[in-house]
Structure formats: C-alpha cells, structure tokens
Design a protein around this ligand. Structure first.
Ligand code: GDP
Ligand code: MG
Length: 293
C-alpha cells in the first residue's frame, strides 16, 4: 500500500559521519547523477514545493540531506555524481562523505537510483548500480522526467535503459506530470518492509561497450538466460531517436561532459576492476567498501 505522507521535515544536512542521525529510524537513499531530478522527486512525493532545493544547474547538492517522513523514516538526498565542473577537491570531499554515509548508516533499507528517461545510462550510472549490487543493497531504479517524452518514447527508453543497465525492472516517474507518484510511494512502503525488487535480486552483469555487446551477440544462450536482454538493433535506434526528439537542457550539456571515462570520476573502471578481484569475503558485508561519489 502506498505510503501517505502526513509530515515531511528537512532534518539534517550532513557533511561527515558526526552529523548522521542516531535515532535508529530506517533510511532510504536516493542516488543519481547531478541534475537528474532527485530533489524534485522528494518535493513531489512530499507535496512540497521547496522542501528539497532544486536547481537547473548541476552540482548544487554538496551535502547529504536527510528528510524525515511521517516521523517514521528518512529519505536521504545524496550528492549527485558526474558533474563535470566539480573540482578534484570537491569530488574527493563528496567521495569521503559518501563512504562515511554508506559505512555508518546501519539502518539503510534500500537505495533508489534515479535515471533520466531521455538518456542512456552513463558509465557512472552503471558503476553505481554495480557497486550497490555488489554490496547486496536492496535496490530500485526509477526513471524520471518521463513527461519530456511521449508515452511510447518513454516505454522504448525504459527498454533501452533496462537493457543497458542489466536490470529487470524500473519504475517510471515524473515530477512534472506526477505520473508514477503513487507507485513510488508504494515502492517506499515495500522497501521499508524489506521487499526486494526484481532488479536487486537479478544480479545480472550490466555490460557495457562493444566487447560486451559482441559477446552477447555471439552467445545466444547467454542472451536467453538474461531474460530478453537481446541486442536488438531496433532498440538502440529507437533510443537515439527518442533522445534526438527531445532537446537536452542547458544543464544537460554540462553533465554530459562529466559522464564516462573521467579518470578521477566517481567509479572509474580501474578502481572497480581492482576491487572486483579482491577475495569475495567483503561481498556479504554491505557498506564495508567505498561507494563512489
Ligand atoms: N520536466 C521535468 N523536469 C524535471 C523533472 N525533475 C526535475 N526536473 C528539472 O530538472 C532540474 C534538476 O532537478 P533537481 O531536482 O534539482 O535535480 P538533482 O540535482 O538530481 O536534485 C530542475 O530544473 C528541475 O525542475 C521532471 O520530472 N520533469
Ligand atoms: Mg538536488
């Protein structure tokens, strides 16, 4: 049943573990690239215009913001990743904050990754998902800004995004049209009660790049096992078409520059590969390793 929001308070703005609430309330965190619509989503689901500060310019949230909902749980707005103009020092600061958050938040019940309906997931999006999956975190993907696409385009983009991420399931959402709001509130209730979304349980590798794609094409069996993640060329074209039909915001341009391949970026492939070679002991210890800012 969807949660009915009766109260929503901005309750903490945290930059280190010292500021983390210690009241034992469950926490659900939002992650997503800078400017994807995390703060807007919080405002939408709490029926408030400015509970969370939104901005058309990316890179504004440099703190971890806790919102107390119904005095029974927190929604946490984590700093966005992938902002091109963030200095190295800022990135490192965010990284350290995120590490502390994931390391110290014992009551973290789930992480919701917000993705933009108009764009294919970036390398950082995929790396964030993979990291959360490795931590066995209860995970849900939410595709927002669906109002910027026609229904048909949004459904096509969902397919593209699911395939690119290696996911089975994602909710569709719009802070503008409010579509998906009830589903989101329902999902919050489910996460709080320990329900695992299909996307979290799937544990499928999110493959990226041409090598992975050609591997997929060669290995038909693999494709089947991945539940329809076949490399239908039509999907790719459709995705592009949808993108082209919707001009990116001014702020999107800045973001795009920050996307894949940035060496000091949050989840550089190098760091991840090194980590994945580590003995598996750490795997079952959620929040024991470094998340990426
Ligand atoms: N059309 C549309 N715009 C949105 C939506 N969500 C956010 N935005 C806009 O995207 C920009 C960034 O939103 P914000 O919530 O600040 O992103 P954040 O950096 O992830 O917190 C703002 O200009 C919002 O008005 C949405 O669902 N639809
Ligand atoms: Mg924000």
């Amino acid at each position: 049943m969807a949660i009915k929001v009766t109260s929503a308070l901005f309750s903490a703005c945290v930059t280190s573990k010292d500021g983390l609430p210690d009241d034992g309330l469950p926490i659900i965190a939002l992650v997503g690239r800078s400017n994807v619509g995390k703060s807007s989503l919080i405002n939408t689901i709490t029926n408030r215009k400015e509970l969370a500060r939104t901005s058309s310019l990316p890179g504004k949230t440099l703190t971890i913001n806790f919102y107390n909902i119904n005095e029974s749980f927190y929604i946490v707005d984590l700093p966005g990743y992938g902002y091109a103009k963030a200095s190295k020092v800022t990135r490192q600061r965010i990284q350290a904050m995120m590490n502390e958050f994931f390391g110290e938040s014992k009551n973290l019940k789930g992480v919701i990754q917000i993705l933009d309906a108009r764009h294919k997931p970036s390398a950082l999006d995929r790396q964030m998902f993979e990291w959360l999956r490795d931590q066995k975190m209860n995970y849900l993907a939410v595709i927002t800004k669906t109002d910027k696409l026609s229904n048909q385009q949004a459904l096509k983009m969902r397919k593209v995004i699911l395939k690119e991420m290696g996911l089975d399931f994602a909710l569709m959402f719009s802070s503008k049209s409010l579509s998906g709001k009830e589903d989101f509130l329902d999902a919050l209730e489910k996460i709080l009660s320990g329900f695992q979304f299909k996307s979290a349980a799937a544990g499928k590798p999110a493959r990226s790049g041409d090598k992975a794609r050609s591997r997929n094409r060669r290995d038909g069996k693999d494709k089947k096992e991945q539940g329809g993640r076949s490399a239908k060329s039509g999907q790719k074209t459709e995705g592009k078409k949808a993108d082209n039909q919707n001009k990116p915001d001014k702020s999107d341009k800045q973001e795009t520059a920050a996307q894949p391949g940035k060496k000091e970026g949050p989840n550089s492939g190098k760091r991840r590969r090194r980590r994945s070679r580590k003995p598996s002991g750490a795997k079952n210890e959620p929040r024991s390793d470094k998340p990426k800012a």
